[in-house]
Design a protein around this ligand. Structure first.
Ligand code: HEC
Length: 400
C-alpha cells in the first residue's frame, strides 16, 4: 500500500477519534482537562505500525470499510423494520445477516498493533501560538525546571542525570515527533513511571510551578531547539518547522500578523552585522526584514519583534550573533523550507533544508530536471520544488 494511502487512512482515523471525543464531550461524557475535552479511554488508535507494516495497514483499511458497511446495513435494516411492512421482515433479517457477516469476515488487525495506551490529554493540541515570545519563555522555563536533569542544551546531560534511576533522553533528536504533543504534555505535567520497578523516573511539574500554558511554551522551545540541532547535525530539518507567528508592518497594508500571510511565500531576512540595503523586492514572495527601522531603509515589510531574531537563531541552531545575515524562505502554508547562509549571493536548490521523504526517495523534481521556461535560475527551481512538494508534519505516525 502506498504511503499516500496510509497517510490518507491515518488522517481519517485521527479525524474519527477527534469526532468521537468531541461527540462524547457534547454529551457530557468527556470533561475538560487542561482546557480541552479529555480522551476518555485507556487506549487510542496507534499509527506507527501502519507505516512499518503494509499488511497491517491493509487489514485496518479493509476492516474499517467492513465496519462502515455493517453500520450502514444495520441502519437500513432498522429503518425498514420501523416501516412495519410484513413483506420486509425477510429483507430486514437478510440485511442484518450480511452486516454480521461483514463484521465476522473482516480481517481484524491484532489489538496490540491497533491500539496504544492513551492518557486524557492524548488528543490535545498545543494552544500556544509558536510566537517568538512563547519559544523564548519556554527556554527560560526549561532552564529553571528541566535543565538540571535534561541539560542546558536538552541533550540529556544535566548535572543530576547520573544520579537518576534512568538516564534522561536527548530531547533534541527525533523523540518529540514520535509522540503526540498531548502525550508529551501529560508526561511533563504528571511525570513518568517505570511500571515494572513501580518507581517514578521523572517527576511531574506541579501547576504552582508550571501552568498549562507554561508547559506548551516549554514544548514550543523544545521543538525549536530540536529543529536547530537537526540542522546542525544533518544539514536538514528532518521534520517540518513552522514559521513563528509575529507582527509586522508592511509598506502596503500597514500592520499585519504573519498568520495573515498564508497563501504567500515569505522571505525572512535576518539583520546582518552592518546596516544593509533592503533586499530586492520580488513579486514571488513577501520579503520581511527582521530588525529595527535603523537596520534598513524602507523595507517592503518590517518585523520589529525583538524576540524574533533569537527565536529564529534557535531554529537555525546558531547563536544569536551568528544567526545574523541568514535568510529563510517559508512556503505558502507557513512552513520554513529553505535557508541561505550569510554572504551567499544566490539561492540554489541545495538551500532547501526541509524536503519530504517521498520527494527525496523518489527523486521527484531532481536538481538536474530542467525547469520550464528559459533562464530558470536557482530561485525558480527552489520555489517550484517548494510548491510541488508540500510538507506535512507527522506526529506519532499521524499526519497533522
Ligand atoms: C529529576 C530529573 C528530571 C527533571 C527535573 C525533568 N525530567 Fe524529563 N525526564 C527525566 C527522565 C529520567 C526521563 C526518562 C523517563 C523514562 O523514560 O521513564 C525524562 C523524560 C522526558 C521526556 C520524554 C518523554 C517521552 O515521551 O519519552 C520529556 C519530553 C521530558 N522528560 C521533558 C521534561 C521537561 C519539559 C521538564 C521540565 C518541565 C523535565 N522533563 C524535567 C528526568 C527529568
Amino acid at each position: 500500500m502506498s504511503e499516500v494511502w496510509v497517510a490518507w487512512i491515518l488522517e481519517w482515523l485521527l479525524a474519527a477519534q477527534f469526532a468521537l471525543r468531541d461527540g462524547l464531550h457534547a454529551l457530557g461524557l468527556a470533561p475538560l482537562v487542561a482546557g480541552q475535552p479529555a480522551w476518555p479511554f485507556a487506549l487510542r488508535l496507534s499509527a506507527e505500525m501502519m507505516w512499518i507494516d503494509p499488511g497491517h495497514a491493509r487489514r485496518v483499511a479493509i476492516t474499517g470499510m467492513c465496519a462502515v458497511a455493517a453500520v450502514l446495513l444495520f441502519s437500513v435494516a432498522i429503518a425498514l423494520a420501523a416501516l412495519r411492512r410484513r413483506v420486509r421482515s425477510a429483507l430486514v433479517a437478510g440485511l442484518m445477516g450480511v452486516a454480521v457477516f461483514a463484521l465476522l469476515a473482516a480481517p481484524w488487525p491484532a489489538a496490540h498493533l491497533l491500539f496504544a495506551p492513551a492518557v486524557p490529554t492524548s488528543l490535545h493540541r498545543s494552544d500556544s501560538g509558536f510566537r517568538p515570545a512563547d519559544i523564548l519563555r519556554g527556554q527560560a522555563l526549561f532552564q529553571q525546571n528541566c535543565a538540571q536533569c535534561h541539560g542546558a542544551d536538552a541533550r540529556g546531560q544535566g548535572p543530576l542525570a547520573a544520579t537518576l534511576g534512568r538516564w534522561p533522553p536527548d530531547l533534541t533528536g527525533g523523540l518529540l515527533w514520535k509522540r503526540l504533543e498531548g502525550e508529551l504534555f501529560w508526561r511533563v505535567r504528571h511525570g513518568m513511571r517505570d511500571e515494572r520497578l513501580a518507581r517514578e523516573t521523572m517527576p511531574g511539574a506541579s501547576p504552582s510551578r508550571l501552568s498549562d500554558a507554561d508547559i506548551w511554551q516549554v514544548l514550543d522551545y523544545l521543538q525549536a531547539r530540536a529543529s536547530g540541532q537537526s540542522l546542525r547535525d544533518l544539514g536538514t530539518w528532518e521534520r517540518p518547522v513552522r514559521m513563528p507567528a509575529f507582527a509586522l508592518r508592511c509598506r502596503y497594508g500597514g500592520e499585519r500578523r504573519s498568520d495573515g500571510l498564508k497563501g504567500q511565500r515569505v522571505l525572512l531576512v535576518l539583520p546582518s552585522a552592518a546596516s544593509s540595503p533592503a533586499p530586492q523586492e520580488d513579486p514571488r514572495m513577501v520579503s520581511v526584514m527582521v530588525g529595527s527601522r535603523a537596520d534598513v531603509d524602507d523595507p517592503e515589510c518590517l518585523a520589529e519583534d525583538a524576540q524574533l531574531l533569537p527565536a529564529l537563531a534557535l531554529l537555525l541552531g546558531e547563536r544569536e550573533q551568528d544567526a545574523r545575515g541568514f535568510q529563510l524562505l517559508a512556503d505558502r502554508d507557513g512552513w520554513l523550507r529553505a535557508r541561505s547562509a550569510p554572504g551567499r549571493s544566490a539561492w540554489s536548490e541545495d538551500d532547501l533544508v526541509c524536503r519530504t521523504a517521498t520527494a527525496t526517495a523518489t527523486g521527484v523534481q531532481r536538481a538536474d530536471k530542467p525547469v520550464a521556461g528559459a533562464g530558470a535560475q536557482g530561485l525558480d527551481v527552489l520555489l517550484r520544488r517548494m510548491d510541488e512538494d508540500p510538507v506535512r508534519p507527522v506526529r506519532a505516525g499521524f499526519p497533522h
